[in-house]
Design a protein around this ligand. Structure first.
Ligand code: F6P
Length: 340
């Protein structure tokens, strides 16, 4: 078969490991692999490149994606799905492997409705793709964020400050909770649990009275105050609807400073969490997903997504995944508060 391959949405560490696995196992299985540049945009525009084993040599430790990516969803563009179909017919592509987050995978399920064979691979540092324990990029993002929190401890303690660290996570606080627990943060604010700024400042005042002169507060960019609490804040977004980096952390830091009198500073990790070389765990997960995607096509599957559940890589129906979010469970949020 001629199999198409795209990486869509926000990039992350590990994408090239997945691309490498698709090309290696795909060519070993007798298929030819056709890459499209910049996600669904490249499919719609016919921006194609043939991928051979030599093209994926030495890409395992490489961050980002050699195919490029973009935030483009064909089903949201006039004639977008038709343009995708036309390109796939013209390039004689019989199946498409889509490496992406909720947006890209939702688009894949829409394109599949038009009869194209599709297999999805979950990637996003937010780890909020439903149906899989892990998405490509999450582990590396947590590592980067944890390393930052570790570093901020020394400067916070030296200056007796409250350091507010903003991590990515539009709709789910997986990075905030994991990096907060791993880094020993006092407070972790996640979108799943709207916070009460007075409870936050009470906890900080208690800590600074009792046994410390500094604190670390990790805030997911999508965290919001609870209704009917003292802080009124709606997530600040730009004209494209993207969250304005740093807006949430700056507001939280301002409220803490005003209510406690403690000196506060803000660190916004932003795209550092998405860049750089993938951890071995992301390289392995991505390689397993790439292999499983080819195996799925070898066995005649379509409209499925590779997923890891415990130690096993499985296939889940795309229609069960599309449009859903995997949020941090209450048990983990409770544990995070207890361990703070
Ligand atoms: O891919 C997810 C994500 O990293 C979010 O955590 C973040 O809000 C968003 O992408 C940033 O998007 P962009 O790279 O388009 O600014």
């Amino acid at each position: 078969m001629r199999i198409g391959l795209i990486t869509g949405g926000g990039d992350c560490a590990g994408l090239n490991a997945a691309i490498r696995a698709v090309v290696k196992h795909g060519t070993s299985s007798g298929h030819s692999i056709v890459g499209f540049r910049n996600g669904w945009k490249g499919v719609a525009e016919g921006d194609v490149l043939h991928l051979s084993r030599s093209d994926v040599r030495n890409v395992l430790p490489l961050g980002g994606t050699v195919l490029g990516t973009a935030r483009f969803h064909p089903h949201r563009e006039d004639g977008g799905v038709e343009a995708v179909q036309a390109t796939l017919e013209q390039e004689r592509v019989e199946a498409l492997i889509c490496i992406g987050g909720d947006g890209t995978l939702h688009a894949a399920s829409k394109v599949a409705e038009s009869g194209v064979k599709v297999v999805g691979i979950p990637k996003t540092i937010d780890n909020d793709v439903w149906g899989t324990d892990k998405s490509i990029g999450f582990d590396t993002a947590v590592h980067v964020a944890t390393e930052a929190v570790d570093r901020l401890h020394t400067t916070a303690e030296s200056h007796n400050r409250v350091m507010v660290v903003e991590v990515m996570g539009r709709d789910a606080g997986w990075i905030a909770v994991h990096a907060g627990i791993a880094g020993g943060a006092e407070i972790m604010l996640a979108p799943e649990h709207p916070f009460d700024i007075e409870a936050v400042t009470r906890a900080l005042r208690h800590r600074h009275r009792a046994h410390a002169s500094f604190s670390i507060v990790v805030v997911a960019e999508g965290a919001v105050p609870a209704q009917d609490t003292a802080m009124h804040y709606t997530t600040e977004r730009d004209e494209l609807g993207q969250i304005v980096a740093g807006a949430t952390a700056e507001r939280v830091a301002g409220e803490i400073a005003e209510r406690t009198g403690f000196e506060t500073r803000v660190t916004v990790l932003g795209h550092i969490q998405r860049g750089g070389t993938p951890l071995p765990s992301d390289r392995v997960l991505a390689s397993r997903f790439g292999h499983a995607a080819i195996e799925a096509l070898n066995h005649g599957h379509s409209e499925v997504m590779t997923a890891v559940r415990g130690e096993h890589v499985e296939l889940v129906p795309l229609r069960e995944v599309a449009g859903k979010l995997k949020t941090v469970p209450q048990e983990l949020l409770t544990a995070a508060r207890a361990l703070a």
